[in-house]
Design a protein around this ligand. Structure first.
Ligand code: MG
Length: 454
């Protein structure tokens, strides 16, 4: 068994702090195992803007070529762009060097299956087993992989969005939207300038340079978007757009400088798409109930455990018209079942262009819910899962869904309680029509958990 310290290893990849846990050696071994599992063949490689990206790129290329895989290097590219390239039949898989919304000292290898989706748990398990056993089959000197570069991926991604029947770029262009855009110095620069140009938008750029020096905490949640909110007001923009460093999460700010909250990116996208194409929607267990409300006239909402791959697989299985996660992750299955911020931007601009409404008006027409995310630290040695189990037994008179932890459902509100996989922590998320009701629900379940641990 190969030992790695300070590294978070899971079936979806390997993540750590550069210099502490995420070493070139760790990246090399995962690349070798991945190449053996999915090769021989061509593997797509991309990176977000992190300073450690080029260093890890060398390690991953060494590992992939050593086991006989050719590497198609996209250079700086977003996660959804890389997914779209990987799903093409000539590619055997993909690796993206990004730690998504984690701070700049972090990085990770995100692993993509040949269909451009994240690895299914059983696929990830096989890669992990190879790493643990040190089980690599190296290629002979005359069978080593080769490296080529491809710089057309973002252009292809934009073209694929413009080709969709639901997107009418000419109609968006006529509105001459002014948009303030905050890329957090992530990979957004690789695609958003082309996208907004295609839509004829006038753009006020913030933190556009893809240099990996994130000027703020990179998660696009309201408390991190102060600069964007001010820019929207100062420049009289029609909306503000924020993405995370690998551009799979999208957050919106209305024309008054008010952040909508990431949940409402998906709510508005679902509302728009279903209004044109009735059908079913897939979201994870923690996504806002507002999605159920806006879907009700058109179809059913299916819920999955938290994790993009669970949402994607369910969406494929049932032929969902829309899918996603409340963390700003919009999936439009007609393009692909990956969270895709550029796709989300296109849907929101199209919605504004067709409805003739301001973003604040679209938000005001959507149902109001307040979500609170909290956690309970249990202290080391406490089995968080066992605590959740005990709580479950106390809830026999409640309407409880156990698809992922415990989700207690009420008429207009819910509480979701999950044990963390990696820490002695219980996560608790609640949602209700008002902040008071939500806070009351959180407190009620927090004290129930605390009682059970005493
Ligand atoms: Mg991300």
């Amino acid at each position: 068994m190969q030992e790695f310290k300070n590294l978070m290893i899971s079936v979806s990849g390997v993540r750590g702090i550069v210099g502490e846990g995420l070493t070139p050696e760790a990246a090399l071994r995962f690349a070798q195992a991945f190449g053996n599992e999915f090769g021989p063949g061509k593997i797509v490689l991309a990176r977000d803007s992190r300073v450690s990206g080029p260093m890890l790129r060398h390690a991953v290329i060494a590992g992939l070529t050593a086991v006989g895989c050719d590497v198609i290097d996209l250079g700086l590219a977003t996660t959804p762009t890389t997914e779209l390239v990987t799903e093409r039949p000539e590619y055997a898989g993909g690796i993206i060097l990004t730690a998504s919304h984690n701070p700049r000292q972090w990085n990770a290898l995100k692993l993509l299956a040949p269909d451009g989706l994240f690895l299914r748990p059983e696929q990830g398990e096989r890669v992990l087993q190879r790493v643990n056993k040190g089980d690599y089959a190296f290629a002979a000197w005359d069978r080593l992989g080769r490296v080529s570069e491809y710089s057309g991926a973002a252009e292809e991604h934009v073209a694929a969005i413009l080709d969709l029947p639901i997107v009418d770029a000419e109609r968006i262009r006529r509105r001459r939207f002014k948009v303030a855009v905050d890329c957090c110095n992530g990979a957004g620069e690789a695609i958003l300038p082309q996208l907004f140009e295609a839509f004829g938008c006038q753009v006020v750029w913030l933190n556009r340079e893809a240099n990996g020096f994130f000027p703020r905490s990179p998660e696009p949640v309201p408390e991190n978007l102060g600069e964007l909110c001010s820019a929207v007001v100062k420049h009289g923009a029609d909306l503000g757009v924020a993405v995370d460093p690998d551009v799979d999460r999208l957050a919106l700010v209305d024309e008054n400088g008010r952040p909508l909250g990431e949940e409402y990116t998906l709510v508005l996208a679902v509302q728009f798409v279903l209004g044109k194409t009735p059908g079913d929607v897939v979201v994870n267990a923690s996504t806002t109930r507002a999605v159920d409300d806006v879907t009700a006239p058109y179809g059913r909402v299916h819920r999955t455990p938290v994790g993009e791959i669970h949402v994607a697989m369910k969406a494929l299985q049932i032929g969902a018209v829309m899918a996603g996660e409340g963390n700003g992750g919009v999936m439009y299955p007609e393009l692909h079942v990956g969270r895709d911020a550029p796709m989300g931007i296109a849907l929101i601009l199209q919605y504004m262009a067709e409805s003739g409404k301001k973003l604040s008006e679209l938000r005001a027409a959507a149902p109001d819910y307040v979500m609170i995310k909290d956690k309970i630290e249990l202290g080391f040695g406490t089995d968080a899962r066992a605590v959740v189990e005990r709580l479950h037994r106390r809830l026999e008179n409640e309407n409880v869904n156990t698809i992922d932890g415990l989700k207690v459902l009420y008429d207009r509100s819910w509480v979701h309680i999950r044990a963390s996989n990696t820490e002695p922590i219980i996560r608790i998320i609640a949602e209700a029509p008002t902040a008071e009701e939500t806070r009351a629900l959180v407190e009620k379940f927090k004290s129930a958990v605390v009682q059970l641990t005493q």
